[in-house]
Ligand binder design. Structure first.
Ligand SMILES: NC(=O)c1ccc[n+]([C@@H]2O[C@H](COP(=O)([O-])OP(=O)(O)OC[C@H]3O[C@@H](n4cnc5c(N)ncnc54)[C@H](O)[C@@H]3O)[C@@H](O)[C@H]2O)c1
Length: 325
């Protein structure tokens, strides 16, 4: 059966957000009917999310519903009325530091929201359920690369803990109900529409405004930055491969690590501006390193990221400049 001849639709939660808006467009381009669900949560300016949605308005096969993933009645109606038969669950309270301020909210949105979606999906006969997890589930380790088969780590933020809990819920639903659930561990996604609280976006905004960058720690912290088009290609592949596979978990990283100092240097080259750093102590919840082993995702779903940080940062900069003109 071709995708366009399917009666059902894929539900993309968090479709107004950074990764979700790209994922919704990529899924629509496969011929799927795509229904977005997002409550335009105020974690960052909802006007940015409205702009993402207005970019999506031109995408054929996409429609958006504004609402909360924890609203069981709404979710139930949506699955029935839109004949949802696949789910890509990306909605969440993102961000490590704010989760330390309000752990209950992070547990409620991320864990309760995921439980509502899994439950309604299961009762509706949905089998393929792909959801966002995070490199933060690997905890504060310094040995690399991180493999999916590594023993569970101690999460060092309520956000990371909420993602571990979502993975466990997914595994439980797969075992209990025979659902096909895939958890995708994202590693610092960046590119057009990146969240304004994330390093590449935030640092660029401060540099171009001539303001100091709040710089936590000594700059030796290393991150595996993954370009959003690569991430989203992995999301589509994961959904295509989820059917009949039970519970799976994959790293979607770039497998190249860059120190915070080198990231600032790369941004200085792109913007032709010298960064001013406001040195602050390392922030609780921040892990020293993220680094994906991409072998399992390459072998099982054919995930192969192709965008280097230099290229990706230039693509981000082109988008960011477009916003300012
Ligand atoms: N961006 C990254 O590097 C990264 C890394 C690891 C994991 N993740 C995960 O990937 C997913 C997408 O992240 P993102 O960076 O695009 O974040 P984002 O904040 O841009 O997108 C999340 C979206 O979820 C929506 N949302 C929040 N609460 C909701 C609720 N109760 N009901 C409905 N919608 C709700 C928000 O309005 C937002 O548009 C999240 O699950 C995040 O935890 C992202």
């Amino acid at each position: 059966m071709t995708q366009s001849s399917r009666a059902g639709a894929v539900l993309v939660t968090g479709a107004a957000g950074f990764i979700g808006s790209h994922a919704a467009a990529a899924l629509a381009s496969t011929g799927r009917r795509v229904v977005g669900l997002d409550n335009l949560d105020p974690y960052y300016d909802p006007a940015i999310k409205r702009r993402n949605l207005s970019d999506l308005a031109a995408v054929s096969g996409f429609k958006h519903v504004e609402g909360d993933i924890r609203d069981r009645d709404l979710v139930r109606r949506l699955f029935r009325d839109e004949r949802i038969d696949e789910v890509v669950h990306l909605a969440a309270k993102a961000g490590v530091r704010p989760s330390i301020e309000d752990p209950a909210l992070y547990a409620d949105v991320n864990v309760t929201g995921t439980a509502v979606l899994l439950d309604v999906a299961q009762r509706s006969g949905v089998r393929a359920f792909v959801m966002a997890s995070s490199s933060s589930v690997y905890g504060a380790r310094t040995d690399a690369p991180f493999r999916e088969s590594d023993p569970p780590a101690v999460a060092i933020s309520p956000y990371a803990c909420s993602k571990q809990a979502c993975e466990l819920l997914g595994k439980t639903f797969a075992a209990l109900h025979g659902m096909d659930v895939t958890a995708l561990r994202f590693f610092n996604a960046y590119g057009p529409r990146q969240r304004p609280d994330m390093a590449i976006h935030k640092f660029s905004a401060q540099m171009l405004a001539g303001k100091p960058i709040p710089f936590y720690g000594d700059g030796s912290m290393r991150r595996d930055h993954t370009y959003v088009a690569d991430v989203v290609a992995g999301v589509v592949r994961a959904l295509d491969h989820a059917h009949g596979r039970g519970y799976r978990v994959y790293n979607l990283g770039n497998s190249v690590t860059v120190s915070l100092n080198d990231l600032v240097a790369a941004l200085e080259r792109v913007w032709g501006v010298r960064a001013v750093l406001e040195h602050l102590p390392a922030s609780p919840g921040d892990v020293p390193l993220t680094c994906a082993d991409g072998t399992l995702a390459a072998d099982e779903i054919g995930y192969r990221p192709t965008t280097s940080l230099d290229v990706g940062v230039r693509l981000f900069a082109a988008w960011y400049q477009g916003l300012r003109t």
